[in-house]
Write a protein that binds this ligand. Structure first.
Ligand code: 5AD
Ligand code: SF4
Length: 455
């Protein structure tokens, strides 16, 4: 009898948390084919690049990475270690699958985010040197076809896990590729999400972060057959034993409905943190971006959220140098940041994405101006983040202990506001939610002393 050969897969992930989650899903589905994950590309029988297309020269990065991988593949083959297959997944695969096949003959498989559940079958088809591409948008429910959803594989994900509840986007912001690469909005049925959340809780997960490109546009089929929104879903998930912390990301201001507000108001397990991108503070630019809200709409929304949950920390995404952005428009963005105040934020220079409306504008902003604006904006956001962190010194908070710290005897956990908190605690306490007094802060984290564990 020939021994079953344990094969190894190396997955390199770029971009957003959705990709991190998808990489895990791919690894899960490949486990059914005898693949186990490796961190070392040299020993991989299969390498998958899970790519991101949202900003800057994404495709070029993929081609240069493929050049490096080709060398590893050749060295491996020379050393008689067997063949290495190479796959490209994610949004670059979706956007330029054919082009990848043409430019990179080393690639065996191109698979778009809508086809991950077919990965084991697609891989089989690459058997005799065949090359396979699947970037279709299927009509069937791709979520229910996941091995994960069929309970075949449950892998422990640590104490904090992502759970995809929605994918795709129908908003068509004029700068963004997501509606093209991820397709239109699809939401998983509530029963599937609850089943997965229960499995995670049984595996020791204490915190679940619900993922979706437009997560608060979630509209899934409820157990009663009715259409459930994200607020209702959160109320249901809050009933699951062991899941003490719920988060969701990433949201659109237009989809913050009353049920979601109620979840923030009434559910202690919904963490007081909200990532709610505004992108710009200029009404002119917001309109050109097709964001479908104004400066005032956003500020009023934040006021409502702070009324129901006064301790909430806000996070956002900002783009500088969108086509047509003048100095005055940019000052409006600085003004909205000062008015709202953020606990953390992400900010980017506008980067034209082929195929999106804004890329064709003839009012592109010069690179030097983008750089100056980004530097000023980031300085303001960093100042706000520091002030927010400093405001926690001397206070008590709950911390979910997640992993070992750099020093022996130290653990790193997360505050309700997504700050990293370092405390002295034994390793056995990983997975506990403890009360901590914050003593001081560093550039990236808070330092605290444990005073008890309530949960
Ligand atoms: N240029 C710059 N930033 C972008 N983002 C999306 N598309 C672009 C682009 N073309 C940013 C937005 C979004 C975040 C995920 O990435 O701020 O919210
Ligand atoms: Fe892209 Fe978000 Fe706009 Fe959708 S809502 S188009 S994902 S920026």
């Amino acid at each position: 009898m020939t021994a079953f050969k344990d094969k190894k897969v190396f997955v390199k992930t770029y971009g957003c948390q959705m990709n991190v989650y998808d990489s895990d899903r791919m690894a899960d589905s490949l486990a059914t084919k005898g693949y186990s994950p490796t961190e070392d590309m040299n020993e991989a029988d299969l390498v998958i690049l899970n790519t991101c297309h949202i900003r800057e020269k994404a495709a070029e990065k993929v081609y240069s990475e493929l050049g490096r991988i080709r060398k590893v593949k050749e060295a491996r083959s020379k050393a008689g270690k067997g063949e290495m297959k190479i796959g490209v997944a994610g949004c670059v695969a979706q956007a330029e699958g054919q082009e990848i096949m043409r430019r990179a003959p080393v690639v065996d498989l191109v698979v778009g985010p809508q086809a991950y559940h077919k990965l084991p079958d697609l891989l089989d088809k690459t058997g005799d040197g065949g090359r396979v591409i699947d970037t279709d948008f299927p009509l069937e429910d791709k979520f229910s076809a996941l091995p994960n959803a069929k309970k075949e594989v449950t892998r422990k994900r640590g104490v904090s896990a992502f759970l995809t509840v929605q994918e795709g986007c129908d908003k068509f912001c004029t700068f963004c590729v997501v509606p093209y690469t991820r397709g239109s909005e699809v939401s998983r049925p509530v029963s599937q999400i609850v089943a997965e959340a229960k499995r995670l809780a049984e595996a020791g997960v204490r915190e679940v972060n619900l993922l979706g490109q437009n997560v608060n546009a979630y509209h899934g089929e409820g157990p009663d057959g009715a259409d459930w929104g994200l607020g209702q879903l959160l109320f249901r998930l809050a009933e699951i034993d062991g899941l003490d912390r719920l988060r969701y990301t990433t949201s659109h201001p237009r989809d913050m409905d009353d049920a979601l507000m109620a979840a923030h108001r009434d559910l202690p397990s919904v963490m007081p943190y909200l990532h709610l991108p505004v992108q710009s503070g200029s009404d002119k630019i917001l309109a050109a971006m097709n964001r479908q809200h104004t400066y005032d709409d956003y500020v009023r929304l934040i006021e409502r959220i702070r009324t129901v949950r006064p301790d909430i920390a806000l996070s956002g995404d900002f783009i500088v140098g969108f086509p047509g952005e003048t100095d005055d428009d940019f000052e409006d963005t600085m003004r909205i940041i000062r008015e709202v105040t953020y606990g953390s934020a992400f900010s980017f220079k506008y980067s034209p994405r082929p195929g999106t409306p804004a890329a064709d504008s003839d009012e592109q902003v010069a690179e030097t101006i983008k750089s100056e604006r980004l530097a000023r904006l980031q300085a303001l956001l960093t100042e706000q983040q520091k002030a927010f962190n400093a405001s926690k010194i001397g206070t008590e908070m709950t911390v979910l202990l997640e992993r070992k710290g750099r020093e022996p005897g130290q653990l790193v956990g997360k505050s309700p506001w997504l700050q990293a908190v370092q405390v002295d605690a034994p390793e056995e306490m990983i997975g506990e939610i403890v009360t901590v007094t914050i003593d001081s802060m560093g550039s990236f984290s808070l330092f605290g002393t444990m005073i008890g564990h309530p949960l």
